[in-house]
Design a protein around this ligand. Structure first.
Ligand SMILES: [Fe+2]
Ligand SMILES: [Fe+2]
Length: 184
């Protein structure tokens, strides 16, 4: 498997969780009560699986390898993707704050959840599309098979250090659990 293939697989998992978040938002918008624990689980997924693992694999490993082989316009493209990662982090911070207010019964919280969640969903869907269809194909064209293999080894090490053994599988169980509740 190529390093970019592992990242694409992770994008698929992220997109399922974005659909779950969208469903939660629609319920909230319809005036229904939602389970804040599910929002907490999604926030943990976006912070740990997406930001600390997936984005770190890109920022510290894939993008670093790509910069060594690229022309300046490709560098600009990577710069824009890095900005998206930072914006996503801010939206999740806002979503987390809004979720705390929701738990305390603040009447403004639902609107704040909707706003930050929707900003995040729009950003990430667009971001994933650019990576899958523009950036990773460039990586596949420019990085050797050996470099892709080296990156995969680095990815494993990062996951081990960041989240430890078994946590990745735990997230996949969480995805299945929430998919069963919201998307079936
Ligand atoms: Fe990214
Ligand atoms: Fe990505």
């Amino acid at each position: 498997m190529k390093a970019t293939e592992q990242l694409k697989k992770e994008h698929k998992a992220v997109k399922v969780m974005l659909l779950v978040l969208d469903k939660l938002c629609k319920r909230l918008e319809a005036g229904e009560k939602i389970d804040p624990n599910h929002l907490d689980s999604l926030i943990e997924f976006f912070r740990v699986f997406v930001d600390r693992c997936h984005h770190a694999k890109e920022e510290n490993m894939l993008f670093v390898a790509m910069r060594k082989t690229m022309d300046p316009s490709d560098g600009d493209r990577i710069g824009a993707l890095l900005k998206d990662h930072a914006s996503g982090r801010n939206y999740i911070r806002d979503l987390s704050a809004a979720t705390s207010l929701y738990k305390h019964g603040d009447p403004a919280a639902a609107g704040m959840i909707l706003q930050s969640a929707r900003h995040y969903m729009t950003l990430l869907i667009q971001h994933i599309d650019i990576e899958d269809n523009v950036l990773y194909p460039i990586a596949d064209a420019r990085l050797s098979g050996q470099k892709q293999e080296e990156l995969l080894v680095e990815f494993d090490r990062l996951e081990e250090e960041e989240i430890g053994a078994g946590k990745h599988e735990e997230f996949h169980r969480l995805i299945d659990h929430l998919r069963g509740i919201y998307l079936s």
